[in-house]
Design a binder for this molecule. Structure first.
Ligand SMILES: [Fe+2]
Length: 338
């Protein structure tokens, strides 16, 4: 996958030429996967037609079915006045002035330490800026309280879980678990969540893995399914170290995704956690039908505000990395035909 160098792109200010691609009419339906990989490689080569600083607009406004913001690792602080919350506020403001999105996908570490005041500040920002969008949060390692173990901020996992579930209720999601399914405009989102407080990785129970398997089997036919998690499975998106990846259930989760992708399901797995700029391993397609997107930190990378727009069309997904503070497309787009 070609690199998307955000610094270079952001500083160049040069218009980027679009390289259109054509799908050959002789390629049969599911056999498109190999071709899609080529398409993704071409599209990933920073070929977007937009100029830096261009106003936000979906690629095909007349055909778009779902428009979502993808963000991870917000690390909302409890102090409204700290620089990090000022940055985060600017980032949300940038999203808000970009477009009316259908959903905000927040792929974990939505808070810095699962503190109540951090959730208060996050709700305040969303109240101001989300403009009716559904909020789809995931429970990351920082939201589990795990990172505060052994410090003055240590809190039991049950407290962190209760706060996350209260936030889910604010989002209109009534789940008795840390994971849940949600349908937005006919598209299914399956959100995973750790069930133990670990410092970096996640722990998914057998019940959660069985739920994932069933939800993938039951999802609407012919449509992509979005799986939201905080960490990528081990070995995916460059998550080669134990602390970078999903954890002990990486292999089982990956096998479930692969099983359904092999049956013709298109699965896009969206994660964060590693705080890496968009680059060669941000988007991977290790097997037909399964795609893994790893997001940078919405707070820390590229000066803040770095995420992506997900545009869903009847026949393809577009993932368009964008710095929402600067209002710039920062590199090429990833395209998945289905
Ligand atoms: Fe994390």
């Amino acid at each position: 996958m070609p690199a998307c160098n955000t610094e270079k792109e952001a500083s160049s200010g040069e218009p980027r030429r679009s390289t259109p691609y054509l799908l050959p009419s002789w390629v049969p339906g599911r056999a498109l996967d190999l071709y899609k990989t080529v398409v993704v490689a071409v599209q990933g080569a920073c070929t977007g037609a937009d100029t830096a600083g261009a106003a936000y607009s979906p690629k095909e406004p007349g055909r778009i079915l779902l428009n979502a913001v993808l963000a991870a690792d917000l690390h909302t602080d409890g102090n409204t006045y700290r620089d990090r919350n000022v940055t985060l506020t600017k980032a949300f403001a940038g999203v808000s002035r970009s477009a009316d999105f259908d959903a905000y996908i927040l792929a974990g570490d939505i808070t810095n330490s699962a503190a109540e005041c951090e959730y208060v500040n996050l709700r305040a920002m969303l109240n101001l800026f989300r403009r009716g969008a559904r909020v789809v949060p995931e429970l990351g390692n920082h939201d589990s309280g795990g990172t505060s173990v052994g410090t003055a901020g240590e809190k039991p996992f049950s407290v962190a879980e209760a706060r996350f579930r209260a936030f889910l209720r604010y989002c209109g999601i009534d789940s008795g678990w840390n994971y849940y399914a949600l349908e937005i405009k006919g598209f299914r989102f399956l959100v995973l969540g750790t069930e133990k407080m670990l410092n970096d990785d996640a722990d998914l129970s057998p019940a959660q893995l069985a739920w994932l398997d069933k939800e993938l089997a039951d999802a609407p036919a012919g449509k992509p399914v979005f799986v939201i998690a905080h960490q990528p499975p081990r070995g995916i998106n460059g998550a080669d170290k134990p602390e970078a990846c999903l954890g002990a259930q990486s292999g089982e989760a990956y096998a479930i995704l692969k099983k359904h992708a092999a049956k013709g399901r298109t699965v896009l797995y969206i994660s964060g956690h590693m705080h890496r700029d968009f680059g060669e391993r941000s988007f991977e397609n290790p097997a037909p039908g399964m795609y893994f997107l790893n997001l940078p930190s919405f707070l820390y990378n590229d000066g803040g505000g770095l995420g992506a727009a997900l545009e869903v069309y009847p026949d393809r997904l577009l993932i368009r990395p964008r710095n929402f503070i600067r209002g710039e497309w920062v590199c090429g787009e990833y395209c998945i035909e289905f």
